[in-house]
Design a protein around this ligand. Structure first.
Ligand code: AHR
Length: 516
């Protein structure tokens, strides 16, 4: 099963059988860990410059950060923020971005063919994280650099004081160490596009040596080794096996990256994209556990799904987007998302939750302007893309424990995935507050679907919120000119009666129901 298969016209052959869902309070996947709601800020296009940072903007603070963007980031509810890349990190010298701003060098960023002014670096970004309430997740450069630069960076960020680099941090205004816990050991090192990409053998050895050295400094660091840059890579699976065989004892997570898009007008297959994500997760878990048993290890490696999103990558690759003029912060990868995109997106987030026992952390790639839920205009507005809504609602309502419900739904035929369920769902329940939530998707392009949900285990008495993302025009989008074209609507007709919740899910919709 692969998202790159040629798709033929999809026939939405929906025979809408009654859909019955049962929420079993004992079918616990895992406690909700806020790290599942992470995001990603890369020095790419207008994500940092003219995105989170725009010194001349009317809302900018003394650091040059836009406060209107910070407000939306908080509303989005993202937790951990991965930084500073992505492909960018593989050519990055972190030292360029610290110290007096007027002495920082301008450099070429080969990953995105742009100029990097280094006006935003580690210290500024750490302050931005504090303002947004985010946990900083840092990536080290294993493309052009190696162990020494990684250790230096770790000393700068985490050592309290009294060493050359920790004193440099203090002199730069950060008295307390940042105490960064999660670290990515490079980025997508299997990708031929990656600066300094290498074979699984070479990377596995380098990652192991870097991780071992970093853990000598702090044994409690949480280290993420690079998995394949996508499940369509020819080395997918084998890469994970080889890399983990070298690094298993020193790392805690293996990364997964996946981007989805509608191809060839095949909306039916696109709406079932989460089946591919499920396959991806199961394959990486199987490979990691194979290595665990082979090495007779007691440790279980978790997945850091630290790049996931909708990305119209084919269109970007086909267009002549390379920034030959080497400008600063060009408009790159600025996808505009539709209602259908947001429904698929919401379903991907549900899939991460359904696998939360193994997917312990995730990062929506990315946060602002670059394939992002938040858009900005220089000197002007900031607005929410359609994908903003499923993320913010899920992040706000998903509390306590994730429950995997039993779903009896009809199916439809897709060109890429064969038979796919018309309805998908996941639930959360918080024993401490008695609150629970259901997140649901209807993939049918033609039919509203009545769903009967047995929630008696949740002991709920009232529906506190019922919202849906749906539109007559599945390709409706929010744009600079029409910023509120798409938003959440009331999910009409939801009824809770003696342990049975009934809802009608509109065609091509993502919905959430909160119970108290
Ligand atoms: O998120 C955009 C890019 O996608 C990242 O820089 C890279 O890691 C991935 O290929």
């Amino acid at each position: 099963m692969t998202i790159t298969s040629a798709a033929t016209e999809q026939a939405d052959l929906a025979v809408v059988a009654p859909t019955v869902i049962t929420v079993d309070r004992s079918a616990v996947v895992a406690p909700v860990n806020r790290r599942i709601f992470g995001s990603f800020v890369e020095h790419l296009g207008r994500c940092v410059y003219d995105g989170i940072y725009e010194p001349g903007h009317p809302t900018a603070n003394e650091d040059g950060f836009r406060l209107d963007v910070i407000e939306l980031v908080k509303e989005l509810g993202s937790s951990t923020v991965r930084y500073p890349g992505g492909n960018f990190v593989s050519g990055y010298r972190w030292e360029d971005g610290v110290g007096p701003r007027d002495q920082r060098p301008v450099r070429r960023d080969l990953a995105w063919h742009s100029l990097e002014s280094n006006q935003v670096g580690l210290d500024e970004f750490a302050r931005w994280c504090e303002l947004t309430g985010s946990e900083l997740m840092m990536a080290v450069n294993l493309g052009t650099r190696g162990i020494e630069a990684a250790l230096d960076l770790l000393e700068y960020t985490n050592h309290p004081s009294g060493t050359s680099l920790s004193e440099q941090r203090i002199a730069n205004g950060a008295k307390d160490p940042y105490n960064i816990r999660m670290w990515c050991l490079g980025n997508e090192m299997d990708g031929p596009w990656q600066i300094g990409h290498m074979s699984a053998e070479d990377y596995g050895k380098l990652a192991a040596r870097t991780a071992s050295a970093m853990k000598t400094a702090d044994k409690d660091l949480e280290l993420v080794v690079c998995g394949s840059s996508g499940s369509a890579m020819p080395t997918f699976g084998e890469w994970e096996r080889v890399v983990l065989e070298h690094s298993y004892n020193y790392v805690d997570y293996i990364s997964c990256h996946a981007y989805y898009q509608e191809r060839n007008g095949d909306l039916g297959s696109y709406l079932a994209s989460s089946l591919d994500m499920q396959y991806f997760i199961e394959t990486v878990v199987a490979t990691a556990d194979h290595v665990k048993h082979k090495l007779k290890s007691k440790k279980t490696i978790q997945l850091s799904f630290d790049e996931w999103n909708i990305w119209y990558l084919d269109e970007h690759q086909a267009s002549d987007e390379v920034n030959e003029d080497w400008t600063h912060a060009p408009r790159q990868l600025e996808d505009t998302y539709s209602v259908a995109d947001a429904v698929v997106f919401g379903n991907l987030l549900m899939t991460l939750l359904k696998n939360h026992d193994r997917v312990a952390a995730a990062s929506l790639a990315q946060l602002v302007n670059v394939i992002a839920p938040i858009m900005t205009e220089p000197g002007g507005d900031t607005w929410r893309q359609t994908t903003f809504f499923p993320f913010s609602v899920t992040s706000r309502l998903a509390k306590g424990e994730v429950l995997r419900p039993r779903i009896d739904a009809g199916t439809y035929t897709t060109a890429v995935y064969g038979e796919a369920p018309l309805v998908d769902a996941v639930a959360t329940a918080d024993a401490a507050t008695g609150e629970s939530a259901l997140f649901l998707v209807n993939r049918s392009q033609t039919e509203a679907i009545d769903v009967t949900i047995n929630v008696s285990d949740l002991n709920a008495t009232v529906i506190t919120e019922a919202v849906t993302l749906h539109d007559e025009d599945v390709y409706a989008k929010n744009t600079l000119q029409d910023q509120d074209r798409v938003g959440l609507k009331q999910l009409e007709g939801a009824v809770l009666d003696e342990g049975t919740l009934t809802v009608t899910l509109p065609p091509v919709s993502w919905s959430a129901v909160a119970l108290g």
